[in-house]
Ligand binder design. Structure first.
Ligand code: 13P
Length: 251
């Protein structure tokens, strides 16, 4: 299976930066065909990213969208809007959404449902805070995020889902503590077990990704190719050369 590599640009770059980024990133396209690479820019940049990468192996996705199909929600983006721009996946419940925009597990589960209803792959983001790990609550917290996050998926005949385990304390803009890879694999195994318990079928084929200050130096440590099969990259995806190096490390 190809490694899955997702770049989350967060609230960085502008549409004017996309052309140069794409030219640099696509300079060695062969290697990109050996991975499944997706870039998630901020919503207003999606048309530029779609234009720059449409004839390349690189795909694009959304960082977030609302759980309602449409309506009077000023400033929000719908799943239909993302899907219409060719997004193949959408991040749901990123820790920054949970922290700064007070997203609950219930909201996240409705986003996962809406993404699926619009034929995009929901990337369910889970992860505990530093305090929660310190208090030995990390397993309980993450299992709850998984169970509630996929709560509404059983209504769909086929399953398309990724899980991204991003311990909040490992993210570069937080404490950026580098985790022990064995702790990441252990949590990924627990996530797999929870998926087996909750999903009627398909739990074995849900890719589990790791995120948290992934860079070209450490990417390989966290991807064992069996339990963890990809990465969700924030800061290091903003530089096309660095992001390309991460792809090179993992293929
Ligand atoms: P960093 O790679 O900057 O730590 O961000 C991780 C992340 O939050 C990706 O979604």
């Amino acid at each position: 299976m190809k490694p899955i590599i997702i770049g989350n640009w967060k609230m960085h770059l502008t549409a004017s930066d996309v052309g140069d980024y794409a030219r640099t990133f696509l300079a060695e396209p062969d290697i990109l065909t050996k991975a499944e690479v997706t870039i998630c820019p901020a919503a207003p940049l999606i048309p530029a990213v779609a234009g720059a990468f449409s004839n390349s192996p690189v795909q694009w996705g959304g960082q977030n969208a609302h759980w309602e199909t449409q309506g009077a929600f000023t400033g929000e983006t719908s799943m239909a809007m993302l899907s219409n721009l060719g997004c193949r996946l959408v991040l749901c419940g990123h820790s920054e959404r949970r922290k700064f925009f007070h997203e609950t597990d219930e909201m996240v589960s409705r986003k996962v449902e809406q993404a699926t209803a619009h034929s995009m792959v929901p990337v369910l983001c889970v992860g505990e805070t530093y305090e929660q790990r310190h208090q030995q609550q990390h397993e309980v917290v993450v299992m709850e995020q998984i169970r509630k996050g996929i709560d509404l998926l059983s209504a769909f005949p086929s399953l398309a889902l990724y899980v991204a385990y991003e311990p909040v304390w490992a993210i570069s803009t937080n404490q950026a503590i580098e985790p022990n890879p064995s702790d990441i694999i252990a949590m990924a195994r627990l996530i797999r077990n929870a998926l087996r318990e909750e999903l009627p079928t398909g739990a074995e084929s849900v890719p589990i990704l790791f995120g948290g200050n992934v860079n070209p130096q450490n990417a390989k440590k966290f991807v064992d190719g069996e339990v963890v099969t990809g990465v969700l990259v924030g800061g290091a995806s903003l530089n096309p050369k660095t992001f390309h190096q991460i792809v090179t490390q993992l293929v």
